[in-house]
Design a protein around this ligand. Sequence first.
Ligand code: ADP
Ligand code: ZN
Ligand code: ZN
Length: 730
Amino acid sequence: MHSSERLLEIAVPTPLRRSFHYLPPDELPADTKPGCRFQVPFGSKSLIGILIGYTEESNTPLEKLRRAEKLLDPKPILPEAILKLCLWSADYYHHPVGDVLASAIPVLLRKGKPGQQVSHRLVATKKGKETDQSSLQRAPQQKAALTLLVRQMNGYDRKQLKAAGISSATIQALIRKGLVRRQEMTAPVTAFSLNKVNSENIILSSEQEVALNSIGDHGTWLIQGITGSGKTEIYLRAIEKILRKNFQALVLVPEIGLTPQTVQRFSNRFDVPVVLLHSGLTNQERLTAWQMASSGQAGIVIGTRSAVFTPLARPGMIVVDEEHDASLKQHDGFRYSARDLAVLRGQFEHIPVLLGSATPSLESLNNAWTGKYTSVQLRHRPVDIAKESYQIINLRNRETRDGFSKPLIRLIEQHLQSGSQVLVFLNRRGFAPVLHCPECHWTANCHRCDARMTFHLPGQRLLCHHCGNENPMPQYCEQCHAGNLLLLGIGTQKIEDRLKILFPGVRVLRIDRDSTRRKGSLASMLAELASGEPLILVGTQMIAKGHHFSEVTLSVIVDIDSSFYSTDFKAMERMGQLILQVGGRSGRSGKAGNVVIQSHFPDQPVLKQLIKEGYTQFARNLLQERRDNNLPPFCHQALVRAESKSRTRALEFLEELSATERSSPRVDLLGPVPSTMEKREGFYRAQLLFSSTSRRILHAELDLRIKFAENSKLARKVRWSIDVDPVDLY
Ligand code: ADP
Ligand code: ZN
Ligand code: ZN
């Protein structure tokens, strides 16, 4: 269908995997670029969408095309490269384009707030300029204010007027008389400039020099360096170079709240504005930070995964720290990998991307080893700290009580006596994960999930870690009413308890989601650690990320064995990363670190190799295994998940989906099967895995299946989603 007008192609925030065509609003400036927002009619509603392009033709008959209501932006809120990144993502992750674009921008922009910072100014009206000021003879305050405002065409903001001694009552009076009015103006943008670098007299090691000098104008670098080897120092030096040319840097980190020190190092080093983008911000704070990034005011933008979409006026570099971290992947809704998108964004913007980690993901290592990324290694610590040493305590034929074996207790004692701190890692919060009846073997399960309830000490409550369901601790077995219920297994609270009994008088701190809920509690515990007093720190993976515990000389991994039972092909990779990340927290300031792992499988070859030969060799072998078994990164995967309130419906839908003819024999289907935890939050879940050695073929297949699903009656009765390059296979 032809139309004489150019049609707007607009991404509207709907769950539909398509964009929509609109007739342009009246008097649309001819140079309106993609990336601008439009108010558009959609069904009976009016929504804010984003222009993604123009088209001459539409499948929609002309008489059915609706007209966009109005243009909201004088210039695009998303630059070309970011728009391209979003469109690419919608395609690659098979996610509705409207939703992709909506998740890429701050909430307030979705609601129509301006893309540029505006200041509210007070200006003299026409009447105010022409009025005879002698008429204000009896209101000298008002007269003074008006005189001031008449002389300044752009007016003043409230603060400035207050500073000039003019009260808000005076202003109100002038507004009532129609002599002054409020006006919104785009705030002038002051681009940052770098004047001072506070480099703390650090002289780069030769290894660091080599690494820094290898970083070029564009491409991707994988910086693999043991913890404390000076990766962050490399980021800082590389960023310094680009700041000097007035380009901006984007730094992606797994979790900002956990690592305030890292953020501080960036802002202490340079005298440029550093803005943070993370989930703890209010909508207004987020918008302001975004505006400072996109206008070019901020020199450095530090953010969690969604910050990968933040526009920069003068992009210069992207850093992805802890690139192996699973939290860089979005786990629901629009499931993207911020790391992978950062690499792509670097290509779109022709800027360098630095991926850093002590324990890089196997896919990044593979990319480095096949020459896609430039590989940079830091093998030593620049300051004279010995590398930590690893030791396994064999739990076979050895008694433990609440997780502690005798040799472990002795070791902790020795380290405390020598005046050091000890770190005890267990990735399970709560007191005990199982409440068990010894008479009939009943266990307390969540009625909404296929999961056990974890007992938590405060309030003596049972909590489901999957849905938040909470019950008081029962006195009697629900099945046989016996009264001698047992708490089995260990959580961080029990570890804390036990340590207090084992080492009376020694301070024990616990860092997990429960103990850090109150604002400031994490900071105060970190401060206590930094004081250097001998103490024991117990924690979950919250303590395995980014922290520098300079007084810790012993790190304990209480239990690693669950990795050996896992059916997830990534379990071993994660185990290795976790051990080295926990181990890397120790051994600073002249004292060597010791890492102790308790296991019933001390001879497990992968574990032994990790400890003896290090991460690179460990990763090389795991990659070989992946290659032999045709697993990622040697094949590409996409997981279709479905869930429904009825036990069978999700499976039925996936069965229907898997029954259609494959487009190519090179696509493999696994399933459908019920998920490992079939029931969660009251929904029954199932999954279907697609894999292929060809990305192109896999995506063609997915396109086909999605079309099918979109026309399926069953699909409407379930919630289903696609996860491309899934990180968790359940
Ligand atoms: P990573 O990010 O690899 O863990 P960092 O960059 O945080 O390592 O460095 C660890 C510590 O060593 C920091 O306190 C840092 O200031 C210091 N450091 C880094 N490079 C040097 C150097 N060349 N000389 C002295 N100290 C250094
Ligand atoms: Zn019972
Ligand atoms: Zn539950």
